[in-house]
Design a protein around this ligand. Structure first.
Ligand code: ADP
Ligand code: MG
Length: 300
């Protein structure tokens, strides 16, 4: 496209709430054949709610809640705040008179898995089954049953492990953004295939994907695996767009032919992307593709 056409398109796109950071993104977007969507915060609202709490073994509610509050207070993950708030409510219900005052040492983030640290010399992990497996925490049949039932209901099960034992869990539900289903079916109608890629587990991912009309899912992906999956999709000559919001999406956004960040997402994702959806509206994926098509066709 000519510089003038690109300038016109950039101006127009900005007024539509789509920030296009370079000429190449504008020239490539219309060729996209596959759009890969991150799940949490991209397809879903990213405002998850805790809908269930469970205790395992003989751990008391107060200890599980304190562990979750102390650890998650250090996390910026979208699950952190709802878990902290719910745990605070639970400990009040279970008779606590004062606020949780536990201190955390050696706080650590495990991307795509969860968070952890030391509380009163005990090792605490808060996150998914995969995180537990990686740290050799035993998943008992009882824990397994709870997580499977949660996942079938499109909930993510956040487990709390204390000194290597699963002590409790939170069922977290993050609903799809309204309008997501229509965007997916529109993309399909113009011959673009859609895929979900997520750090979440396969069962939860599939339950969410089914709900929005996506039938291909890559689950349990860490940030590097997400990027590798994008590269492998590209390797057949396929033009691939990636839509994401998180720190964990930044490699994949950079690896895609067209990286698209949700405006309300993290700065790292926005920096890594070619296109930013300023209104955080998934329909603007279509706007971006359409702008690209109009720009290029005006030149030819
Ligand atoms: P997505 O790829 O869907 O955006 P993330 O990579 O952010 O998801 O997280 C993947 C999974 O890791 C989450 O679904 C959750 O199970 C777990 N996880 C990550 N961070 C946390 C946290 N702070 N607290 C609890 N679970 C977490
Ligand atoms: Mg995300």
């Amino acid at each position: 496209a000519t510089p003038t056409a690109i300038m016109v398109a950039s101006g127009k796109s900005a007024s539509l709430g789509v920030l296009i950071k370079g000429a190449s993104a504008l020239q490539n977007a219309y060729k996209v054949k596959t759009v890969v969507f991150d799940k949490t915060g991209t397809l879903t609202v990213g405002r998850p709610e805790v809908v269930s709490v469970v205790l395992f073994s003989t751990f008391p509610m107060l200890e599980v809640c304190d562990a979750a509050i102390a650890i998650e207070s250090n996390s910026e993950h979208p699950f952190a705040k709802p878990i902290v708030e719910h745990a605070k409510k639970m400990r009040k219900k279970f008779g606590a008179r004062s606020e949780c005052s536990k201190r955390v040492q050696n706080f650590e983030v495990f991307p795509g898995g969860g968070v952890g640290g030391k509380i009163d010399r005990k090792t605490v992990l808060v996150g998914n089954k995969r995180l537990m497996r990686v740290h050799n925490v035993d998943i008992t049949p009882q824990v397994d049953r709870y997580t499977i039932e949660n996942e079938r209901l499109a909930q993510t099960c956040v487990l709390v492990a204390i000194d290597g034992k699963i002590a409790g869990g939170f069922g977290v539900l993050d609903a799809p953004k309204p309008g997501t289903k229509a965007v997916i079916s529109f993309l399909r109608s113009i011959g673009i295939s859609t895929i979900m890629i997520t750090g979440d587990n396969l069962a939860t991912a599939f339950a969410v994907a089914r709900g929005v009309g996506i039938n291909k899912v890559f689950a349990e992906m860490d940030p590097i695996e997400k990027a590798n999956q994008i590269r492998s999709l590209k390797s057949t000559g396929n033009i691939v767009a990636m839509v994401g919001d998180g720190v964990n999406d930044s490699h994949a956004l950079a690896a895609a032919d067209v990286g698209i960040a949700i405006g309300a997402g993290t700065n790292i994702a926005i920096e890594a992307a070619d296109i930013v959806l300023m209104r955080s509206n998934l329909e603007d994926v279509v706007t971006a593709i359409d702008l690209s098509r109009q720009t290029v066709y005006r030149i030819w």
